[in-house]
Ligand binder design. Structure first.
Ligand code: UT7
Length: 329
């Protein structure tokens, strides 16, 4: 069996913060943010918008597109590091709200989470154990962002993207994959407080350690080194090479990182999908949102070979080689 994408959907909060808004909040400029990251604006969740509300919207769209009902789902996987609660899982909440009766769990691999979810789901589909799985990547990083720290606050945005992966006898869908983890230095990108090691207390509430901390240049170097290698590994498993790629959808974190990966893979700009300017880095939601927009803009056609790749906290990384088959349209 093959595991193919049969449905897709996305949701972002209404509120938008532009670079001009950040110029009023911290010591930064529109010029710095655009030249260093490519970001112009990002969507920010309101008090009532959470991973379960955004994930639910994206998930419903994906089911509709796939032409299946919630009862057809065999599993729901949600990739997030900002779930509604520490527990139960956000997948658990969405399972009830969407009206499904299947198992549901969260995956935590930071920005690589959605790819981890797709790889996990594919195994259940390829063995024939399951028929339809909903995988949602959703994040509200704004809720753990220090809006006085210019080095991180301008980078992130909130949103959700979802796909339905279905079992198919026709060749296509996720043909190759790779994922990895290097936990040797978790402090390159992490939230120091809020877990069991350093719980939120009256003493640290609102302090820097309760927000995202990042060694930006270390993560930058890692990403530019790893993205091309990961794509090549995933393509090799699908018996493809970078020359076969029709569309490259990289994690939307930083335009300079995207450009470096595209150069390494010798891909011209017309084969690379970029929307980082509109959403910033939405972490686990970044690739499924980009996929939805690539489809909506007519850049995904039957038979296309698509490579996707992400990197993130952990550090983690992952890539997929996908063939867009007739079942998609
Ligand atoms: O999904 C994974 C998530 N993480 C990432 O993708 C992050 C990867 N890293 C990056 O994207 C880049 O490292 C950043 C965009 C975060 C930073 O760009 P950079 O070119 O590596 O800048 P830098 O950290 O080396 O900082 C250069 C200067 C510093 O000033 P000094 O020390 O040279 O005086 C920073 O303080 O830029 C300063 N700076 C800013 N200036 C204006 C940092 N943030 C800002 C800002 N506005 N927002």
């Amino acid at each position: 069996m093959y595991s193919v994408i049969t449905g897709w959907g996305m949701a972002v909060p209404e509120k938008v913060l532009t670079n001009a808004d950040f110029e009023k909040m911290v010591d930064t400029t529109d010029e710095w943010i655009i030249s260093r990251t490519g970001i112009k604006e990002r969507h920010i969740a309101g008090p009532d918008e959470t991973p379960s509300t955004l994930g639910l919207q994206a998930g419903r769209m994906a089911l509709e597109k796939a032409g299946i009902t919630p009862q057809d789902l065999d599993l729901i996987i949600v990739a997030t590091v900002t779930g509604d609660y520490s527990f139960p899982s956000t997948a658990n909440l969405i399972q009830n709200q969407i009206g499904a009766a299947c198992p549901a769990f969260d995956i935590q691999a930071a920005c690589t989470g959605w790819i981890y979810g797709v790889i996990t789901a594919s195994q259940f589909l390829k063995t024939g154990a399951m028929k339809h799985i909903l995988i949602i990547g959703v994040e509200t990083l704004s809720k753990i962002t220090d809006f006085t720290d210019r080095a991180t606050c301008v980078l992130f945005g909130d949103g959700a993207g979802a796909v339905v992966l279905s079992a198919s006898k026709t060749k296509g869908g996720v043909l190759g994959w790779t994922f990895g983890s290097d936990g040797s230095d978790p402090e390159r990108l992490y939230r120091p407080a809020g877990g069991s090691r350093c719980p939120i207390t009256p003493e640290n509430v609102g302090k820097s350690e309760t927000f995202i901390h990042m060694n930006g240049s270390e993560v930058f170097k890692f990403a530019t080194r790893k993205m091309g290698v990961a794509v090549e590994e995933a393509l090799q498993k699908a018996e493809l090479t970078p020359h076969d790629i029709d569309l490259f959808i990289p994690h939307q974190a930083n335009l300079r990182i995207i450009d470096a990966a595209s150069r390494r893979l010798e891909l011209p700009p017309e084969k690379v999908f970029v929307n980082v300017e509109k959403y910033g880095n939405t972490s686990a939601a970044s690739i499924p949102i980009a996929l939805c927009e690539a489809i909506a803009s007519g850049r995904v056609r039957q038979g296309n070979k698509i490579a996707v790749v992400a990197f993130g906290g952990g550090l983690t990384w992952g890539a997929l080689a996908i063939e867009w088959t007739a079942k998609h349209s």
